[in-house]
Design a protein around this ligand. Structure first.
Ligand SMILES: [Zn+2]
Length: 282
């Protein structure tokens, strides 16, 4: 079960200049007092705290009570780990080499110690996953469903695992991450890595089409249905529209097959045009 479920590992395209550093205990010079060094963990903690505060302030009204309590506590920092690339690779053998961090289903965050801007970017992104609505639901048929934002991973009794909304959830996570990095004025961090670029652009389009409040309610809150309902309604009451959209986003982010990607992009654009026409010209 553990091996197959990739626990929101982040695959980033790292821009030139960011090298993987395998040393332990990297320190960075602090901008404010040149004599003091600030550790990687302190860098991650600082943006983690500010991100939690900002998300509670901006989206707390749609979060459930236990989620707010969890985010309000200082304990989340105990679950935030910055480790050397070597240790990361040793501990998470199944995770591909180009992954720079992940948040597991217990809310533990692991970040590779690569550079200050990358740590900041990844810390905000993984903290965003923590701020997203998280639920573990035991279904009547014996299946277990893990919910994280819009993503639903179902562990079936027969051992199968199915995933829904994986990449659009990453796109939304990264959209909120980029906004938060801009609001914390961390320009180097926002430019340091590019993650889920296609899904992020579609997340922004999605907000414009179905409304910011529906995306917010599905990601930070428990109302997962309104976004789907509105998307399908705007698609001419096509009940399968959302599922096709979500699967095509997975294809665009996951596939290695250029033809398959091109077809998915064509279908996405037709859907976009239909919704746009229905919203603004219908
Ligand atoms: Zn992620």
């Amino acid at each position: 079960m553990k091996e197959l479920y990739e626990e929101e590992s982040e695959v980033y395209e790292t821009k030139a200049g960011n090298r993987d550093i395998n040393n332990n205990e990297i320190s960075y010079e602090c901008d404010f007092s040149s004599n003091e060094e600030i550790t990687s963990k302190e860098i991650a903690d600082a943006v983690h705290d500010e991100t939690k505060r900002d998300m509670m302030e901006e989206h707390g009204d749609v979060m459930n009570e236990s989620q707010r309590e969890m985010l309000d506590s200082d304990e989340t920092k105990d679950h935030l780990n910055v480790i050397s690339s070597q240790e990361y690779v040793d501990r998470f053998e199944e995770v591909p080499f180009n992954v720079v961090g992940h948040c597991d289903k217990e809310g533990n965050i692991f970040i590779k110690d690569i550079s200050m801007p990358v740590i900041e970017h990844v810390s905000v992104h993984e903290t965003m996953h923590l701020c997203a609505d998280r639920q573990e639901i035991n279904m009547e048929n014996g299946d277990t469903k893990l919910v994280s934002g819009l993503r639903e991973t179902t562990f079936h009794e027969d051992g199968r695992i199915t995933d829904k909304n994986e990449k659009i959830n990453e796109g939304i996570t990264e959209m909120y991450t980029m906004r938060e990095l801009r609001s914390q004025e961390l320009d180097d961090a926002s430019e340091s890595i590019v993650s889920y670029p296609e899904a992020r652009v579609w997340a922004e389009r999605l907000e414009k089409l179905v409304g910011q409040e529906n995306v917010e309610a599905a990601y930070f809150g428990t109302d997962k249905k309104s976004i789907e309902r509105e998307f399908n309604r705007l698609s001419g009451n096509d009940e399968s529209a959302w599922n096709r959209f979500s699967k095509d986003i997975d294809v665009v982010e996951n596939s290695q097959d250029m033809d398959e990607i091109r077809h998915a992009k064509e279908r996405l654009f037709i859907q976009y045009k239909t919704i746009y026409m229905n919203k603004y010209m219908g």
